[in-house]
Ligand binder design. Sequence first.
Ligand SMILES: [Zn+2]
Ligand SMILES: [Zn+2]
Length: 395
Amino acid sequence: MIKCHNRHNHHQRNTKQYSYKIVIMEAEIKILDKSVRKTSNGFSVKGYGAKGASIDNNILEQIDVERANPKADEVLIEVLYCGVCHSDVHQVNNDWKNTRYPCVPGHEVIGKIVETGASVSKFKVGQIVGVGCMVDSCQTCNPCKNGDEHFCAGEHGPTMTYNGYFRDPGSDYNTFGGFSTHIVSNEAFLLTIPEKLELSSAAPLLCAGVTTYSPMKQWGVKAGDNVAIVGIGGLGHVAIQIAKALGAKVTAITSHESKKEEAKAFGADDVLLSTDEDAMTKNALRYDYILITIPVPFDINDYINLLTYRGSLVTVGLLGEYEKPTNNMNVAIFDRTLGGSFIGGISQTQEMLDFCAEHDIAPEVEMININQVNEAFDKVKNEEVRFRYVIDMSK
Ligand SMILES: [Zn+2]
Ligand SMILES: [Zn+2]
C-alpha cells in the first residue's frame, strides 16, 4: 500500500497553503543488490522491467539488466532517484506498438557517476548528474548541432534512455532505463543539477519539466499572457509553475474538482472545471496560449474555443489520435494554431533546470521504493497518483 502523502519542499514558493514533509513509505523495503557483475559482453546489474508482452499483463519484476561497458565518451552512473512517468506505463504496456522487451523504463534519472570513459572531460567520478529521455545521438547532424538531439537525423535518430532508437523500431537494439541500479550515458547527454534543487524532487524535471518548458519557450509565452494548462498531473503541475515564473496569468483546467485547491497552491490564478459546460462557454476566446498535458485521447474541440484569435494550443504527452476529428471551422475562423511538442534538446533541458532553480520550481513528489512500482503504475493508469512518484534507489 503506497501512502500518498510525502511531500518535501524546502523551497520557498508563492504557494503558502501547502506545508509538506517527507513521509517515508511504511511498506517493506526490499533493496536491490547493487553489485555490478562483469559478463562476457559488458556487465549485469539488477533492475525492474517487463519481460514480454504476453507475460502477466506486463507487470514489472526484478530482472538482470545486461549493459555494455561504458565507451570512451560514456559514464556509468549509480541511480539515486528515478521518476515514474506516464510514458513508462505506455511503453511497458506496448500502447505505442513499438516496445522492445525486456522493457526497463525510467527516464527521469538522478545519479552519481561511478566510472568515466577515457575521453570524458566535463564530468568526473563522484559527481551527481541527471539523465533525461535520451542517452546518445549521432551528435554530428544539423539538428544535433543545433541542440535538437531529439530530432537527430543520424542513422538511427536519437538513442532513447530506454526502448532503444527512436526512429528505428525495426532494429532489435534496446536500451534500459533508470529502474535499475546503474545506467550508462554519453557524456554529452548528462545534465548538471543546480545546487538549489533538491535531488529527489528534481528527477521529474528531466522529462516533465522539459516537456512543458520547451513548448512554452517555442511559442513565446511571456509576461501578461493568458495561459491555460489543461490536465493537472505530473506534467501539468510543473507547467503551472513554469508559466507563472514566465509571468503569465495562469488558469488550470482540470476535470477533477479535487485538484482545484492544489492547482492554486502551485500558483494558478484561476481554475476551470472542464466538466462545467457553462464555465467553458463563458471562457471562450480568453487564452493566448493553451498547453494540454492529458496523456490519453481526449476531444481537442472542447479546448479550441477557449483560444483567443491568433492563439495557440499545443498538446504534449499524447502521442496518438485525438478522440474526435478536429473541427477546423473553429481553428480557421480565428486564425488559431494547433501544435504539438515532444521533449526538448539537452541544452534546453539544462536551461530548464537552471530556470527551475532560479524560480524555486519543484515537482510534487511521492517517494516510493522500487518494489512498489507496479502499484505506482496502477495508480498512474487510474489517475490516482497525485503528481509524480519518484523511486528512491539511494538507500
Ligand atoms: Zn516521460
Ligand atoms: Zn544527430
